[in-house]
Write a protein that binds this ligand. Structure first.
Ligand SMILES: Cc1ncc(C[n+]2csc(CCO)c2C)c(N)n1
Length: 222
């Protein structure tokens, strides 16, 4: 007993590192990522975020306290007002309208990940749902920090993907990530070993689906 968030990453260490340090992430950091791969990723991420906004709405529905409700509301707002704005902005520069984005076919990696999180939240409780969402929220914050610590990461105008890194490295985002970590640490502190094993499986599955999402970008796969 007395678990915390790092026990979840420790339980799937290799998958977690494969996600954080994926080839897509490395190339994004050095600015060498093929624009077509980034475009494919970002377009699919637009579809992904719509379902993740629904998952935060589900977290609101499953909340029993005002504080949990506010946290779900913050996640939903961050997707609608911040993350999706970045996606729509990049796509505008490429001449892709929002109507065209919404009409795109959904890649299998997008389908698998989003529906997995929604199903996990539907059948489980609020902790299951937060654990399924954690690779996304905590992972992207960790990725931004990891990138900023790599010597071959290029920041500023020389990297076409700098706005992406800047969003996840921003103070606002890092504060949200730390709030989620505190929430998870508090809830994990009193779960039983059997319950922890269930949660570790959810966390590992969501992490593997994140890896597939990067790979979908690199492979331009649908
Ligand atoms: C595949 C994929 N995984 C994670 C994120 C990041 N993300 C999605 S929703 C959310 C919470 C509100 O900010 C965060 C951090 C993404 N965009 N795409």
């Amino acid at each position: 007993m007395g678990y915390r968030f790092t026990d979840l990453t420790d339980a799937c260490h290799d998958d977690w590192r494969a996600y954080i340090e994926h080839g897509f992430v490395r190339r994004l950091g050095s600015g060498t990522l093929d624009e077509g791969a980034f475009r494919h990723y970002l377009q699919q991420d637009y579809l992904f975020l719509i379902h993740f906004a629904r998952a935060y709405a589900l977290a609101a529905y499953k909340s029993r306290t005002l504080s949990d409700l506010r946290q779900a509301h913050e996640g939903l707002k961050a997707i609608l007002d911040v993350e999706l704005e970045l996606h729509v902005g990049y796509c505008r520069e490429w001449g892709i309208t929002e109507a065209e984005l919404a009409a795109l076919p959904e890649a299998r990696a997008t389908l698998a990940y989003t529906r997995y999180v929604l199903d996990t939240g539907n059948r489980g409780d609020l902790l299951d749902l937060h654990v399924a969402l954690a690779p996304c929220l905590v992972g992207y914050g960790e990725i931004a920090n990891w990138l900023n610590a790599q010597p071959d990461t290029v920041r500023g105008d020389a990297n076409p993907y700098d706005a992406w890194i800047a969003m996840y490295a921003s103070d606002d985002f890092q504060v949200a990530m730390r709030a989620e970590l505190e929430w998870l640490d508090a809830r994990l502190a009193d779960v039983t070993p059997a319950r922890f094993a269930e949660l570790a499986e959810v966390f590992r599955d969501a992490t593997r689906l994140e890896i597939d999402f990067w790979q979908m970008g690199l492979d331009h796969s649908l």
